[in-house]
Design a protein around this ligand. Structure first.
Ligand SMILES: NC(=O)CC[C@H](N)C(=O)O
Length: 444
């Protein structure tokens, strides 16, 4: 095990106890905290496609299989690594140095009890791949280093590999299965046999990360009652709903919302790992909800894909997906806070997308399109449909990422509140003709 020098650790713990209440200026000067890694553990990333990258191990000393993906985010590694949508994946950070600000406590904030500070109860990835792990870290909220955190969650990491080369490769050949081998013996064994690579997309990952039992957040609040179908929800989604006053009930992914829908003012469909077709039955139950229930429904990422499948659209697997906090999307329709024709910069983490077709299902219109690759970034019910439904492929709640579209959370809670008191929400969708040029690129 590593020896760890943390001369001011107590100060850091105290500072972390209540995020947002303590500020760096109220703290005594804090020097860089240092983690000493175990002496140069050799490590390798083996890809099923044949390439291997050699570096130094950190975190867990256990070797693991995973699906290798890359993210272009330059901050918020603690949020990404706890995002349940990354379940089973090796996350390659294109940002050259990772770990500089350590890892904070995951204790809930005082105003949102029951919701972890980071994006879930713990680390979700299968492995971490960085060019240069920061062994010195400093942040007023830090309680441990990235290395210590990974070790605690039994997640192997590899540093000192050329993440630019890995990313370029993944962009060309697509997301690739891999193994992170830790230790001289494991590295010496070489690449695993082709049929030994574990493929997380063959598993029902959603059942692993969804709540097993329904639970309530902010039950005594004054706001609308919103049910969240939990496919692996990020904590900042439920926190964003609660902070806007909603009384939230989180339901397991396979719970039939139709049996309880009369008790709610709105339905939220969360993000989640894996292939949306792995929960096709859930999509069909949502289809029934859409047909028989007229209250607001909002889906983010996996939730958006489920809405699309429920509406009759197809989902496909992208080559390398979109992961990062710098994804520009063009709005094609208006809603309460979104203006058609504007570009918003968004936070994303997905491998699958809805297929762009010239004809959308009746009652639906395209909401957003990705400016880089023309993939579908949102769908919205038309005014004629009489529905108030919209889904976005990106994460308006961020954590991390830009807050360009954060008002969509307020739009949803407002719409649910208006419906609850008999009012009607303003969710207008201006039909915009899809450019056939976009269609040919995105459906390839
Ligand atoms: N963040 C998400 O919800 C991701 C959805 C789905 N797992 C995908 O990769 O496309």
């Amino acid at each position: 095990m590593s020896s760890i020098l943390r001369p001011l650790a107590k100060t850091a713990v105290a500072a972390t106890a209540r995020r947002g209440l303590a500020t760096p200026t109220t703290l005594p000067h804090q020097s860089l905290l240092q983690t000493v890694l175990p002496a140069k553990v050799p490590a390798a990333l083996f890809l099923k496609s044949g390439q291997e990258y050699h570096g130094t191990g950190f975190g867990s000393s256990n070797s693991k299989f995973g699906e290798t993906v890359f993210s272009t985010s330059i901050t918020s590694y603690t949020d990404s690594l706890t995002d349940p949508s990354y379940r089973g994946q090796f996350l390659v950070f294109t940002s050259p140095m990772v770990g500089n600000y350590g890892v904070p406590s995951n204790a809930p904030l005082p105003d949102t009890p029951g919701i972890p500070f980071l994006e879930s109860d713990g680390m979700q990835v299968a492995g971490v791949i960085v060019s240069d792990l920061a062994t010195k870290y400093s942040h007023y909220q830090a309680v441990e280093s990235l290395h210590e955190w990974c070790a605690r969650y039994d997640i192997p990491g590899i540093t000192g590999v050329d993440t630019r080369a890995i990313t370029t490769l993944l962009r060309d050949q697509g997301t690739t299965l891999g193994r992170i081998a830790i230790g001289a013996d494991e590295v010496a064994k070489g690449a695993p046999a082709q049929d030994a690579y574990w493929d997380p997309s063959k598993e029902n990952l959603i059942s692993q990360v969804s709540t097993k039992q329904p639970y309530e957040l902010n039950p005594n609040g004054k706001g609308p009652k919103i049910a969240v179908l939990d496919f692996g929800t990020k904590a900042n989604i439920t926190r964003s709903l609660v902070k806007r006053g909603a009384r939230v009930t989180v339901l397991p992914w396979d719970f039939d919302f139709n049996t309880v829908r009369d008790q709610y003012d709105g339905l939220f469909l969360s993000n989640g790992p894996g292939d949306p077709m792995s929960i096709y039955d859930t999509a069909m139950r949502v289809r029934q909800t859409i047909a028989e229930w007229n209250k607001p429904i909002f889906g983010i990422c996996m939730g958006h894909q489920i809405l699309g499948i429920a509406a009759g659209m197809e989902a496909y697997r992208m080559t390398f997906g979109n992961r990062g906090h710098n994804q520009p999307v063009l709005a094609l329709a208006n809603s309460a806070s979104i203006k058609a024709g504007r570009v918003y910069v968004t936070s994303q983490n997905h491998q699958y997308a809805l297929k762009l077709t010239e004809d959308f299902p009746e009652g639906w219109a395209p909401f957003f399109i990705n400016c880089n690759d023309s993939s579908v970034e949102g769908i919205i019910s038309t005014p004629e449909s009489g529905k108030q439904i919209w889904g976005v492929q990106f994460h308006p709640e961020s954590a991390g990422g830009p807050l360009d579209t954060i008002a969509m959370l307020s739009d949803f809670v407002d719409a649910c509140a208006a419906g609850a008191t008999g009012g009607s929400a303003h969710i207008g969708a201006d039909q915009v003709k899809v450019n056939p040029h976009h269609v040919s690129q995105a459906s390839a």
